[in-house]
Design a protein. Structure first.
Lengths: 162, 350
């Protein structure tokens, strides 16, 4: 990966992480947009699977530091999603609108699944409603927002044709 | 090449497994070992992000608070407007009740409904919620506590329609307060489109040339012709109109009643018109002067508080004597019911 591409990816990820802590609290939706996951997927598909796993681990640990009693759950979930995104991207080897959206939907839902199971905070009906209702909705919202943001910021992260 | 890819794949898997292991280890650590790590992260890489989140949440809170304050201000403004209109209506109804008490009999109270179309039109008629079933007849005078409103034109059993003094067909014979000048009051129709506010003024015509009226002179119905009783306030002289004929004068009269504010009226019965209304309007000060002057307000407040103290003492006395009050209460209720059912259209029994 060339250094300019690394820098662009890093800027995009930083921008998305900042949006997670600035835009999300302002919107305050019940099914909120997970900009961290967008950053994770966006960065992971442009990295080697090993780097994506480390990126996921760091991102997860950072978010876990604010969640009392669930330390490690987010790190595990983000590691899995980051590694899987990078590995799947290498398999599909395509960068299009639908694939990005699919990665975001699947990534968000798997992240929530791992996080809920690992943190062991929810049980029974509450867990089912979270995993089968709120998580898919949040995944869809995140995918829509992610595709929109990535499309809007395409000039920033895409290299110009020589 | 294939070997390098295989090695890379193995390296990825090993790193991934290591990351998963680290995450699981952190998840499985006891709380006292987890907290220092989490705290270190919070104080280093997460701190600027939390600062941004705090700023965003403050901004959101300020925005919600601002919206809430705007809503509260709007509500307060609406309540104030409503309170003002209620106060005005209350004031009008109180004065109307006062007029009812002074008239005592020979009237039908009714509500006035403004049913005309566009608001910029001159109001010339009103629908009243009392009809022939309550003793209203055609050409019955319609009054408020301020004075002349109009005449009943059409009567149905439950409703009636009155023409206002602004209607082209309206006439009332009039006189000055001292009876020194007589004339006929007409609506002021000759008004240009740019001065439509003057359309509600009245003209006192055919006043003998020898009778000069000063600005501010109150004009009352004279009772001549029998349609109106003598002494109902019509308005006050505001100007004189230059006439081509030199044997009579014409004056511009500002009506005592504003049609836009008429919500409740009294319709005088034929019998009452015949017997007259005495000096009800001639003794009533204009609506503006009925309110207490500001200088008297302190004395009024003191008097009110003295009355409140007396009322409190009275209520204590009443609570002691409550045991014997059931009979008295039923008598009081009976008499109140009789009062409320009293027919205001007929004279009281001698």
């Amino acid at each position: 990966m060339r250094s300019s591409l690394v820098a662009r990816t890093a800027i995009m990820c930083a921008l998305l992480i900042v949006m997670h802590y600035t835009v999300r609290p302002v919107l305050a939706w019940r099914t909120s947009i997970d900009f961290l996951l967008i950053a994770l997927v966006f960065g992971s598909v442009r990295m080697r699977p090993a780097a994506a796993a480390v990126f996921g681990l760091i991102l997860g640990l950072a978010t876990d530091s604010l969640a009392l009693g669930a330390f490690g759950a987010g790190a595990l979930a983000a590691t899995i999603v980051g590694f899987a995104s990078s590995w799947l991207k290498a398999v599909f080897f395509a960068d299009n609108f639908a694939l990005n959206a699919m990665f975001l939907v699947a990534g968000k839902w798997i992240f929530d699944l791992v996080y809920v199971l690992m943190s062991r905070r929810m049980h029974g009906l509450e867990m089912m409603s979270q995993l089968l209702l709120w998580s898919p909705l949040a995944a869809l919202v995140t995918a829509v927002a992610g595709v929109t943001v990535i499309t809007m910021l395409r000039p920033l992260h895409q290299e110009k044709a020589a | 090449m294939a070997r390098a890819a295989q090695l890379g794949g193995r390296f990825d898997t090993v790193v991934f497994a290591a990351c998963v292991l680290v995450a699981l280890v952190f998840g499985g650590l006891p709380e006292e070992m987890r907290d220092p790590v989490a705290s270190a992260l919070r104080r280093t890489i997460v701190a600027p992000l939390i600062g941004m989140q705090r700023g965003a949440e403050r901004w959101r809170t300020a925005w919600i608070e601002s919206e809430r304050q705007t809503l509260q201000l709007d509500s307060a403004g609406m309540f104030r407007t409503k309170a003002k209109s209620l106060e005005m209506e209350n004031d009008r109804l109180r004065r109307l009740l006062g007029l009812g008490a002074r008239l005592d009999w020979g009237f039908v109270p009714a509500e006035a409904l403004h049913t005309e179309g566009r608001t910029e039109d001159v109001i010339t008629s009103l629908t009243l919620t009392a009809g022939s079933s309550r003793g209203v007849s055609q050409y019955s005078p319609v009054v408020t506590v301020e004075g002349v409103v109009g005449l009943i034109q059409t009567v149905d059993p439950k409703l009636s329609i009155a023409i206002l003094y602004s209607h082209p067909d309206f006439r009332v014979s009039a006189m000055s307060a001292d009876g020194g000048a007589f004339g006929i009051v007409y609506p002021h129709l000759d008004v240009s489109a740019s001065r439509m506010s003057e359309r509600y003024l009245l003209e006192l015509r055919n006043v003998p040339f020898r009778s000069s009226l000063a600005v501010g002179t109150p004009i009352y119905s004279s009772g001549i012709g029998g349609a109106w009783p003598r002494g109902v306030l019509i308005g006050t002289v505001v100007d004189s109109i230059v006439e081509t004929e030199r044997w009579s004068r014409t004056y511009l009269v500002r009506p005592a009643v504003n049609p836009a504010h008429v919500t409740s009226v009294m319709i005088l019965t034929t019998q009452r018109v015949g017997q007259g209304v005495g000096n009800i309007w001639t003794n009533t000060p204009p609506a503006d002067t009925q309110r207490r002057p500001a200088a008297d307000s302190a004395a009024a407040v003191a008097a009110d508080s003295a009355l409140q103290v007396a009322a409190r003492r009275d209520s204590v006395r009443r609570s002691i004597a409550r045991r014997d009050s059931i009979r008295r209460d039923s008598i009081r209720r009976d008499s109140a019911r009789r009062d409320s059912l009293r027919d205001t259209t007929r004279p009281p029994p001698p």
